[in-house]
Design a protein around this ligand. Structure first.
Ligand SMILES: Cc1ncc(COP(=O)(O)O)c(C=O)c1O
Length: 415
């Protein structure tokens, strides 16, 4: 008998993702299909990536056309698609209140971690030697490269990789006094998510971000906002920092920008961006025509449909549906990046990741982001009917595990 995809995965791939439970072969809008033909509703979007749904026809056409036109020449030459992406991103970043009238500049990268890595290098270059320190928050997540791992405020993730680069300090989330206490003359930048995604779907208080902006202004530090998970409409604004009415010096983004095509970007004010001269940073693939053509079409579609408005409207619907579920004690988050805290009674000894696994078996893709909370990040193109259907699946899974159902923890099979 030939090996299953799971057996081949286990034999051929490194073990850093464990053994994934399902082999997906196809997607369309909110739907995913596995290799046995089972249908799932995707309320996770590949971790907040496919905000326009799977296999968006316009994105697919843009990619196919670019693939048969020009795939790669390197950044030694101008390529057309990245110009419009850079111009649109600058406009969207400066579309919030009090945004600078003068345009900023974009540096393309290939992922979120690379975008943050580049931002950290930019901050060092901007300040020069002696001001390389960075303060970020506990429970933050900024990536898996050595410097972004060091910036990530989860000491347990550092443990196997010491020594991690020095100069990174962490302060309690949403605590301005803690951030101020972590400062010293060598700190040149503060790096924050506007809503901690991996850390449990924890939005920043507007007053916290405004206070950090003030501290940065007073002490000449750069405010770097990591919008890798929150950027491009998902929170109900183009960028999460816009909820607080602040303007960062540097913004990083990735996930939603390519709707699944790997691309990242760093935006910086013109003054900060000027710190990078020829040779200071680079990447063979960054901003290459295929990825940039995908991102260009994604941004065109998002602007046409008013993606932040869709996230706000559908997010309000999803929040109301979740709040009405007996097994959910509270819902947090912004737009379509939500965390549902589960009732310990209904969990009945299960963890949220186990509930997420039961949802998968029942045809709903969600993520257990903490031991007690689910993360939901459906596409901004989702219909009200699909929201109802997905929440009904979750309701069934929660009810099947509750003590009143006899303590059964088996999930239903996916039809
Ligand atoms: C806020 C944030 N920053 C950075 C990253 C790293 O991005 P990537 O996985 O594309 O390297 C992530 C990924 O989850 C993220 O959520």
């Amino acid at each position: 008998m030939s090996a299953t995809p799971t057996e081949r995965w286990n034999a051929a791939l490194m073990g850093n993702y464990g053994t994934p439970p399902v082999t997906f072969v196809r997607g369309s809008g909110t739907e995913l299909f596995d290799d046995a033909g089972n249908r799932y509703l995707d309320f996770l979007c590949g971790l907040a990536v496919t905000g326009l749904g799977h296999a968006h026809p316009r994105v697919a056409t843009a990619l196919a056309e670019q693939a048969s036109t020009l795939l790669h020449v390197s950044n030694l030459f101008v390529t057309e698609p990245q110009l419009e992406v850079a111009e649109r991103l600058d406009r969207l970043i400066r579309s919030g209140p009090d945004a600078p009238e003068t345009g900023g500049r974009i540096l393309f990268q290939n992922s979120g971690a690379e975008a943050n890595e580049a931002a950290l290098k930019l901050a060092r270059k901007f300040h020069g030697r002696g001001r390389h320190g960075v303060v970020s928050a506990f429970r933050s997540f900024h990536g898996r490269t050595m410097a972004t791992l060091a910036a990530t405020g989860q000491p347990e993730k550092h443990e196997p990789f010491h020594p991690v680069p020095e100069g990174f300090r962490h302060a309690a989330w949403n605590d301005l006094d803690a951030v101020e206490s972590a400062l010293s003359p060598e700190v040149g930048a503060i790096l924050l998510e506007p809503l901690q995604g991996e850390g449990g779907v924890n939005p920043a208080d507007a007053a916290f971000l405004q206070g950090v902006r003030r501290l940065c202004d007073e002490r000449g530090m750069l405010l770097i906002i990591d919008e890798v998970q929150t950027g491009l409409g998902r929170t109900g604004e183009w960028f999460g920092f816009q909820h607080a009415g602040i303007v960062p010096d540097v913004v990083t983004m990735a996930k939603g920008l390519g709707n699944g095509v790997p691309i990242g970007a760093v935006w910086a004010t013109a003054e900060v961006a000027a710190a990078f001269g020829p040779g200071d940073h680079g990447s063979t693939f960054a901003g290459q025509p295929l990825a940039a053509a995908g991102a260009r079409e994604v941004l065109r579609i998002m602007e046409e449909m008013d993606a932040p408005r869709m996230a706000r409207e559908r997010g309000a619907e999803l929040t109301a549906l979740l709040e009405a579920l007996p097994g959910v004690t509270s819902v947090r988050g912004l737009g379509l990046l939500l965390g549902a805290e589960l009732d310990p009674e209904v969990l009945a000894g299960r963890t949220a990741p186990e509930v997420a696994r039961a949802c998968l078996d029942a045809g709903l893709v969600v993520n257990g982001v903490t031991p007690t909370a689910l993360r939901l990040a459906p596409p901004m193109t989702i219909s009200s009917g699909e929201l109802d259907e997905g929440v009904a699946i979750l309701a069934g899974v929660l009810a099947a595990g509750s003590p009143s159902a006899g303590g059964a923890t088996e999930s239903e099979g996916n039809p």
